[in-house]
Design a protein around this ligand. Structure first.
Ligand SMILES: *[C@@H]1O[C@H](CO)[C@@H](O)[C@H](O)[C@H]1NC(C)=O
Length: 330
């Protein structure tokens, strides 16, 4: 019994440190209250909302926070009138954890955020990496709220139906073995995810452990800038479980639907969907995005031949991405 109790304790994540509660991180940002009682912390950039022509919500990736917004140049923001809204995803930064989160729930969080801040009937949306994967959830659940979407280096789920076996296999094999294991555990044994990524016998996810083996040439060049973000500590400040591990459990989990089988959400061309991926991405294999773009004719695909995963951080790229999203099809 004692051994079993010890084992169970090893498998269980400690409770998250909820922002603004005793023992939890302080709340320094404005937050909105969601219908279910959770808070979402947000950050505004670009031009002031009431002067904006374009309102864009940005969704951050794995191990990131509201400050990891696409850094549009002040010149372009002024010229076009771009307001950017980013927020801490549940469990990250200063947003409350959401242990019940699913592949769909995040879309309704975003809709409530937009409504609380009175962005109007429609807004633009862009997301990077795991935040890119969330773009599919928004296209599925709230397409009537979207003016256009840019999906940047999105994480793909190997178990989405509609992939050809050889395609998902080729993508799977781009990952280094320790990441294959971390993803396998998140999918097949989510209850083991905390233990797997905290134990010391087997190497855990290399993305969590900052392993340089997953950096391409161009990623190597931008990683010093990325690693020097002064707010980086905020990503995991509630504990790794409700931020990082929950992200893996949902992102690589068993989805009730597949982006590959989605109908065109904009049959009358009301909005455009752009998908961007670096051909040398070693963190999120390009093969899945390439195949999705082939299957979904309503997606405009931009493959960047020399880019790795971190291209949205490269100088100049945020402007390129936003111009294509807001002005049309270059
Ligand atoms: C997968 O197989 C199909 C035919 O079944 C082929 O057309 C395609 O090129 C293959 N893709 C890859 C990435 O090997």
């Amino acid at each position: 019994m004692l051994l079993l109790a010890l084992l169970v304790r090893q498998l269980q994540a400690p409770p998250p440190k909820v922002p603004g509660t005793p023992g939890g991180p302080p709340v320094t940002s404005p937050r909105i209250l969601l219908k279910d009682g959770r808070h979402l912390a947000y950050h505004e950039s670009g031009v002031p909302k009431d002067q904006a022509k374009y309102k864009v919500i940005f969704v951050h990736g794995f191990d990131s926070c509201r400050y990891d917004v696409l850094r549009v140049s002040p010149e372009l923001a002024q010229e076009l009138g771009i307001y950017l809204l980013s927020f801490d995803r549940p469990g990250y930064g200063e947003s409350d954890p959401h242990p019940g989160r699913t592949e769909d729930s995040i879309a309704f969080d975003i809709e409530q955020l937009a409504d609380s801040l009175e962005l109007g009937d429609k807004f633009y949306l862009t997301g990077f990496s795991m935040g890119g994967e969330i773009m599919w959830s928004c296209l599925k659940n709230i397409p009537h709220r979207l003016s256009g979407v840019a999906i940047l280096g999105p994480v793909g789920n190997y178990w989405w139906s509609g992939f050809l076996a050889n395609v998902s296999w080729a993508a799977w094999n781009v990952q280094i073995p320790q990441d294959q294991w971390a993803v396998r555990v998140a999918h097949h044994a989510p209850w083991l995810t905390y233990w797997w990524n905290s134990q010391k016998f087997f190497p855990a996810s290399s993305v969590i452990a900052f392993n340089p083996a997953i950096l391409s040439r161009e990623d190597m060049a931008v990683i010093p800038k990325f690693a020097a973000r002064p707010y980086a500590y905020q990503s995991r400040q509630q504990g790794e479980h409700e931020s990082l591990h929950r992200d893996m459990i949902v992102g690589f989990g068993k989805w009730k639907w597949s982006p590959l089988e989605m109908e065109n959400p904009f049959p009358a061309g009301e909005a455009k969907v752009h998908l961007w991926h670096g051909a040398e991405d070693l963190i999120v294999p390009v093969q899945l995005s390439r195949y999705i773009a082939e299957k979904l004719p309503w997606v405009r695909y931009h493959e960047l031949p020399t880019a790795g995963h971190l291209f949205p951080v490269v100088d100049g790229m945020p402007d390129v991405i936003l111009k294509s999203l807001l002005l049309g099809d270059e």
